[in-house]
Design a protein around this ligand. Structure first.
Ligand code: ZN
Ligand code: ZN
Ligand code: FE
Length: 768
């Protein structure tokens, strides 16, 4: 009997070879009809004998293409239409005003394409733009949805006859692969200098030129998927130092790219999870424990025990690494924290004084997207920066939001989130909002995220801090668009909420938030918080005792100031206090800071655990002045190495809102320094003390509330030693411990948390 069924599939189903997959499955079951992309995902209309239709529907969700994710499938029977054959129909462009289909993230070159890239008999031998339905650029080339070639930056490259044949042949691996190209019809590689009219070459000779220059220790700007990279020979100390100098990045670790996992294994210790992360289609930078004899210049990651390593993500990177066969520094193409550049004109303007050569091409980057960074901590791969390879994959919320919510994130490591229905669309990493260029990039990210969510916002969520650039943008955006509903969200509340959002939870939890800085409801700078979070509400149960923050935000880059502030609170003699003055700090600044500390009324106070790490790192002489946020904490973690030491004793004060007193820890550190104890042991004992504070705080809250689920979050938990220690100790005491896994525990996750809190608030009170 003839049967017809209409099937709507939602999820990541466009641009991942889903329609060819449907076509093959239909053919295998002798069905007729069509499949097409539409605004919601993919629409399938099949008819044939009943057994064939049933079998088709049974198999459809079982083995979709590797990059596809089916979020939902709806099937409805329909009256037969006597279709003639099965075809892939044109997209339904009319419904573009209600676009919800998700564009897939960019995916690294697949094994089949890689084999062809290295096969001299293949027509795409050494073609830097080889892709198929399983791999290649996606999100970063999309101008609009649905995801079809005509709405990508590949629209500028009409298919040649042979590519068209592959594109139209359902048996071909490149059947409807929107980004395919070949040497005949695809983009062209070009190498040139920064000066107009400088030597210029294309194709294989452009690649050769880049290889020669890199081998000679020069710096090459390379157009990658979501922006330019700056590359140099990672084994060449002089080259790396030159790059640091020109890029104005004195100390922050640089990522390196190596050929393959085997080459990564030579530099670093590699667990199975870490290898899987390295080789995943997202190709993130993976933080790995470096081997003592790793052959990379010491200035690649000074003071760090880890190395950020990634594998080639594009055919171009594969070709370069194969030719050079050595680790290359591969860092964002920007200067001094500005957004990564995405087009040739900007690249020459911004990087003309940094790069000796530009290796570029004529495929445009439609959306900026930095490299992602992940770390395996407490048995899971967790993002430090969620960007290329993950964005624009939407996260699923545990509820539907009443109106679309735009959340603008924090001031540092900014990201944007748009929540719509039960989906949360998180932007790529925007970065720190100190420069006008970064703030402009943030506006771009807002529009790109709204576009990919297919909505305009009905409410805006932002941080409590009135001076965050993101808060200002939220205010401006709300008045421009006439959005009446603004929901300010406390920073650490948002941190915990981000974790609840990604795990799909809507229940009260204990939230331990240790981070650098976030404005509290009492005007102090919080950052060592024990909260109970319940949707739109939170209670502050306890926190680290307040310590002066001499100079406010400026103290974050001057760990010695935190050391001075903490020292002033302990029973240390005047000689100990003045001994804490770093040599490089002048008398005037030292005296000023002492005055600020002595006049608490005029100096901000903080409960920040990040600043406590700063203080101890400075006392140990590891880092007095930081060139990037978190440098001191990283030095302290690195100094602890794998040393074990008994933790310094800690205790909590009493009261309805109790305090954890850091003074005892500082006293112990000072005493150990005076007796000349090994710094690795002091650092280890300190990490143990902070871990024990987490445990004590959670036990206290469990006694008071009966809650036993703990969320550990905030930037301090990027510290693997602390996180693993706290996780293990809490699990041993029968807590259920949750850590963010899909979004960063640092401020990169704030926008998601803000959206979650705003959604909860609007559900409870739609007129909030
Ligand atoms: Zn491929
Ligand atoms: Zn072609
Ligand atoms: Fe934070």
């Amino acid at each position: 009997m003839l049967e017809r069924r209409v099937i709507a599939v939602e999820g990541v189903v466009q641009g991942v070879g889903f329609r060819p997959y449907v076509h093959r499955l239909a053919a295998a079951n002798a069905l007729r009809g069509f499949v097409r992309n539409d605004a919601g995902g993919v629409l399938i209309d099949v008819e044939g004998d009943a057994a064939g239709v049933d079998e088709f529907c049974r198999l459809l969700p079982i083995a979709p293409p590797a990059l596809a994710t089916i979020a939902r499938m709806r099937m409805e029977p329909a009256a037969p239409r006597s279709y003639d054959g099965f075809r892939i129909a044109a997209s339904d462009a009319e419904s573009r005003d209600r676009v919800t289909a998700t564009v897939p993230p960019d995916a690294a070159t697949c094994d089949a394409c890689l084999a062809e890239l290295c096969d001299p008999t293949n027509r795409r031998f050494e073609h830097p733009f080889i892709t198929c339905t399983e791999c290649g650029p996606r999100f970063t080339i999309v101008r609009d949805t649905p995801f079809d070639r005509e709405r990508t930056t590949m629209a500028a490259f009409p298919l040649c006859a042979r590519c068209r044949q592959e594109y139209e042949d359902p048996r071909d691996r490149r059947f409807h692969a929107e980004s395919i190209a070949c040497p005949e019809c695809g983009p062209t590689l070009v190498a040139h200098g920064a000066a107009p009219g400088s030597a210029h070459s294309t194709g294989r000779s452009a690649l050769d030129m880049a290889v020669t220059r890199l081998r000679a220790g020069e710096i090459v700007a390379i157009k990658a998927l979501g922006g330019f990279h700056l590359a140099c020979d990672a084994t060449d100390e002089a080259a790396v130092q030159r790059l640091r100098q020109r890029k104005r990045r004195p100390a922050k670790p640089l990522a390196v790219m190596v050929r393959d996992a085997r080459a990564a294994d030579v530099l670093c210790e590699l667990s199975p999870d870490e290898r899987a992360a390295l080789e995943s289609p997202a190709r993130p930078v993976v933080l790995l424990m470096r081997r003592a004899d790793a052959n990379v210049a010491s200035s690649v990651a000074p003071h760090a025990r880890t190395l950020g390593v990634m594998l080639p993500s594009t055919p171009l990177h594969h070709l370069l690494l194969a030719a050079l066969d050595r680790p290359l520094v591969m860092t964002s193409g920007n200067q001094g924290g500005e957004p990564v550049v995405t087009n040739d004109a900007d690249a020459i303007a911004a990087l003309g004084n940094v790069a000796d050569l530009f290796l570029s091409h004529d495929r445009e980057i439609a959306v900026r997207c930095d490299d992602s960074v992940v770390q395996v901590v407490a048995g899971e791969t967790r993002p430090i920066r969620r960007s290329r390879g993950y964005v624009p994959h939407a996260l699923t919320l545990p509820f539907a939001v009443p109106v679309p919510v735009l959340a603008v994130g924090g001031h540092l490591k900014n990201t944007i989130c748009v929540a719509h229905g039960s989906a949360a669309h998180l932007s790529a990493h925007v970065g720190d909002l100190d420069s006008a260029a970064a703030r402009a990039a943030m506006r771009d990210a807002i529009e790109a995220t709204l576009r990919s969510a297919g909505v305009r916002p009905g409410a805006i969520a932002h941080d409590l801090h009135p001076d965050y650039a993101s808060t200002r943008v939220a205010e401006a955006f709300a008045s421009e668009e006439g959005i009446g509903q603004r929901v300010p969200v406390q920073h650490h509340h948002a941190h915990v909420a981000a974790c609840l959002a990604e795990l799909g939870l809507r229940e009260p939890v204990i939230g331990v938030v240790f981070d650098g800085a976030g404005l509290g409801t009492d005007g102090a700078i919080w950052g060592g918080e024990f909260l109970v979070v319940d949707g739109a509400r939170f209670t502050r149960c306890g926190h680290l005792a307040y310590v002066p923050l001499p100079g406010g935000d400026a103290a974050a880059r001057r760990p010695w100031r935190s050391a001075a502030a903490h020292l002033a609170r302990v029973d240390a003699g005047a000689s100990t206090r003045s001994a804490a003055r770093p040599l490089a700090i002048g008398e005037d600044e030292w005296l000023l800071v002492q005055q600020l500390i002595a006049r608490p009324a005029n100096t901000p106070r903080t409960s920040s655990v990040g600043r406590l790490f700063d203080a101890v790192a400075s006392l140990l002489g590891l880092c007095h002045v930081a060139s990037y946020e978190g440098e001191a904490a990283m030095c302290l973690e690195a100094a602890s190495g794998r040393t074990s030491a008994r933790a310094y004793p800690v205790s909590l004060g009493g009261g309805a809102r109790w305090m954890a007193e850091p003074a005892r820890i500082i006293e112990a550190v000072v005493a150990d320094l005076a007796r000349g104890r090994d710094r690795a042991e002091i650092a280890a004992a300190f990490h143990g003390a902070v871990r024990d504070l987490v445990v004590l705080g959670c036990e206290r809250i469990r006694e008071e509330t009966g809650l036993a689920t703990v969320v550990l979050t905030g930037g301090v938990f990027m510290n693997a030693r602390l996180t693993e220690g706290a996780h293990e100790a809490l699990v041993a005491r029968r807590f259920r411990v949750l850590l963010p896994r899909l979004v960063p525990c640092n401020d990169g996750g704030l926008s998601l948390g803000q959206a979650y809190v705003a959604a909860c608030a609007l559900q409870e009170d739609p007129c909030a």
